[in-house]
Design a protein around this ligand. Structure first.
Ligand code: HMG
Ligand code: MG
Length: 305
């Protein structure tokens, strides 16, 4: 097994990170935050979601945020959409890429989108048809792939079948989400080996949460399995409002430090990433959940003394 030489880091903090914050963050802060992320060398930044504001009030300002950011050449700014209504709103806002989401867990599907898995797949099919007609790229997420807060264990075969389905419908990449962070390296390996039998590893991404402190170890295993797209969130922001107990996504700074240590190229600047993470943590008045962020910030302060 060999590691990939380049990993694409997909930054999800403005959407997956902020969606879980109880304090409403004003649009101008979100815009400044996304602009700071754009300056780090990241090539994908998930900017917001076009979901029901009743379900996720934090992102009700999606239009102002999306239209307020300064889009950097070479950077993609996908937004999450749950249905055709969300897609149409995103299209009208000028979005060039969307992300759709479903899950192998019936109960999580009900809690997160108020519909069955089959209904959510039918909504995704509608979104993809409309997206293809408008030259919009579609990324697919599967949530709760290594465990569900309502159903417990999830079969890797169910994940593989659903991933294959989304790919057949027209997603260009499938991100496998350990939404509640219960996965371990052994389970990650079994999952990826099962999914790789159905879809090419080049079209897979991993999306870990660090609830049980396993995220970096799981990413290491995913890299060994040939995965070269990793989702993360600066300062470990995040969680899912419909997955109680899910803590933040794995911190981007920690992922980048791991990748740098393995000699894997990303094009992302650690200092700038740390500074974007500090910006949003300071606004939220929360300590960064990234160990690397805290270490880099402390050593910078010491060197200034
Ligand atoms: P519903 O209540 O069943 O929908 O919600 P409805 O069709 O009955 O509509 C209810 C209201 O929402 C109506 O407005 C619709 O017009 C409106 P009203 O008539 O009451 O004023 N509506 C919308 N408004 C804006 N944008 C839309 C939209 N659609 C309907 N797109 C729905 C169904 C899917 C809309 C809802 O359940 C929803 O928005 N769910 C999204 C929840 C969410 O965003 N969860 C977090 C994202 S997934 C995640 O975080 C996991 C992931 O990050 C991976 C990981 O971390 O592992 C991807
Ligand atoms: Mg997440």
């Amino acid at each position: 097994m060999s590691f990939p030489t380049f990993v694409k880091m997909v930054e999800v903090s403005p959407r997956d990170g902020l969606q879980n914050e109880a304090t409403l963050v004003p649009a101008d802060i979100k815009i400044a935050f996304i602009n700071a992320l754009s300056d780090t060398g990241l090539s994908v930044i998930e900017a917001t979601s076009f979901v029901s504001a009743k379900w996720v009030p934090q992102l009700a300002d999606n239009l102002s945020v999306f239209q307020g950011i300064t889009q950097k050449k070479g950077v993609s700014y996908p937004v999450l959409v749950p249905n055709l209504a969300g897609f149409k709103a995103a299209l009208a806002a000028g979005v060039k890429e969307v992300a759709v989401f479903t899950t192998p867990s019936e109960q999580f599907s009900q809690h997160n989108t108020n519909c069955t898995v089959a209904e959510s797949v039918a909504r995704i099919a509608e979104v993809i048809t409309a997206a293809q007609a408008n030259n919009i790229r579609v990324r697919g997420y599967l949530s709760c792939v290594l465990g569900c807060p309502y159903e417990g264990e999830i079969s890797p075969y169910a994940v593989a079948d659903l991933a294959e389905k989304l790919l057949q419908l027209g997603c260009y990449e499938i991100s496998l989400g350990d939404t509640i962070g219960v996965g371990t390296p052994a389970k990650t390996k079994i999952l990826l080996e099962t999914v790789k039998k159905k879809i090419p590893v080049e079209q897979l991404a991993v999306h870990f949460h660090d609830t049980y402190g396993q995220a970096l170890a799981n990413i290491y295993v995913a890299l060994e399995c040939g995965v070269h797209v990793v989702d993360s969130s600066v300062s470990g922001l995040g969680g899912c409002p419909y997955a109680k107990g899910a803590t933040g996504n794995v911190a981007s700074e920690d992922v980048l430090y791991l990748l740098n240590g393995l000699g894997i190229e990303t094009g992302v600047d650690l200092k700038k990433l740390v500074s974007a993470g500090q910006y949003i943590s300071n606004y939220l008045q929360k300590q960064s959940q990234s160990k690397v962020n805290l270490a880099v910030t402390a050593s910078t302060m010491n060197s200034k003394k």
